[in-house]
Ligand binder design. Structure first.
Ligand SMILES: [Zn+2]
Length: 350
């Protein structure tokens, strides 16, 4: 988890398998959030897709999140059914495959991928194949995802450091960066008039927090800064959209998780690992955060414990990595091996 090495897990697939029962009637439907502002909850369980948004300006369409290639292909006809204005920009909220691997599809449809500069830094770290070194996450995902294999990695080419503003006098969208959260390059899309905030995976609505590429302490601060915007509608990276409480609940989850781990910060790794079920029970008792508790909990506890100075639960991680490698070499989908409570240490693309 603290290792920068290239992932083993072809995510998306494994992620999908972890949440087979969470689909609901809302997914794969374009929802009007405000005039010219749309939200689309992706099919996470079936295809590993992230949520998308799009905003129709006078002269063009701005899309929020690149999704996987198949996710981009899913929503392009839905945008086309609403408007024939050109799709000019696709904003990646962060570098993960389910938010950025569809960039090439957007480029082929005339759009330029945009992101915070941290997204490029993260891609240089994890997408080593693209930058001329050994195969990275994209190549790993291409082994098990046909849509990825049929496309190519296209890092964002239009970058911002703090903000980027789209404003045609009627619609205004501010792309904002508040610091480290889910990754080191999280961007938010803020619509000040409508008080709608698209958060990417810095805020999700359900048990979808992958914490391997971020920092839980800074994450809370970043979300507190985003909260000051005063959003009334939260469109998360995964899970259904909701009100301001979604942001509050996401913050509360990390606060409570850190409190639980802090009690054990001086304990040995094996003791912390053994306490995961107790932590789970404690968090599930709290109605504000219970829905965030899921199959990633052991990995989340480990991540926070490592942030607080502890050591990873080595043996479990090593075992899972070996299983993954083994399954890979035989061409199997790995996902099911992760349903026992340990998530992949560094391959997860959410
Ligand atoms: Zn995601």
């Amino acid at each position: 988890m603290n290792s920068p090495k290239v992932p083993f897990v072809p995510l998306c697939l494994s992620f999908a398998a972890l949440f087979p029962v969470l689909s609901n009637a809302e997914i794969n439907k374009a929802e009007t959030v405000a005039p010219d502002v749309y939200f689309h909850e992706g099919d996470l369980a079936g295809h590993g897709h992230c949520n998308n948004g799009w905003v129709i300006f006078d002269d063009y369409v701005l899309v929020i999140d690149g999704n996987f290639p198949s996710g981009a292909q899913e929503i392009i006809p839905k945008i086309r059914a609403i408007t024939n204005k050109p799709i000019r920009f696709a904003f990646d909220t962060h570098h993960h495959g389910d938010h950025a691997y569809g960039n090439q599809v957007w480029v082929e449809n005339g759009a330029t991928p945009i992101a915070h500069t941290g997204v490029i830094e993260e891609m240089k770290k994890y997408e080593t194949g693209y930058y001329g070194n050994k195969p990275g996450r994209w190549e790993e995902a291409a082994k098990t995802r046909k849509d990825v294999a049929a496309s190519k990695l296209k890092p964002p080419t239009l970058l911002f450091r703090r903000d980027m503003i789209f404003d045609d006098g009627k619609r205004r969208v501010e792309l904002l960066h508040f610091g480290v959260a889910h990754t080191h390059g999280d961007g938010f899309a803020w619509l000040p008039k409508e008080k709608i905030l698209f958060t990417g995976d810095a805020c999700v609505n359900g048990p979808y927090n992958y914490m391997g590429d971020g920092d839980s302490g800074q994450w809370i601060k970043t979300l507190e800064a985003a909260k000051k915007l005063g959003a009334q509608v939260i469109c998360p990276g995964h899970g259904p959209k909701g009100g301001a409480d979604v942001l509050d609940d996401q913050i509360a989850y990390f606060v409570e998780l850190r409190k639980e781990v802090k009690k054990l910060a001086k304990k040995k790794p094996a003791e912390v690992k053994a306490a995961v079920e107790t932590i789970k029970a404690n968090l599930q008792k709290n109605p504000q955060v219970a829905r965030y508790v899921g199959d990633f909990l052991a990995a989340q506890v480990e991540k926070v414990y490592v942030e607080m100075g502890g050591k990873p639960f080595q043996s479990a991680q090593a075992r899972i990595e070996q299983q993954n490698e083994h399954a890979h070499s035989h061409g199997h989908v790995l996902a099911r091996q992760h349903s026992s409570g340990q998530s992949s240490p560094n391959g997860h693309s959410h």
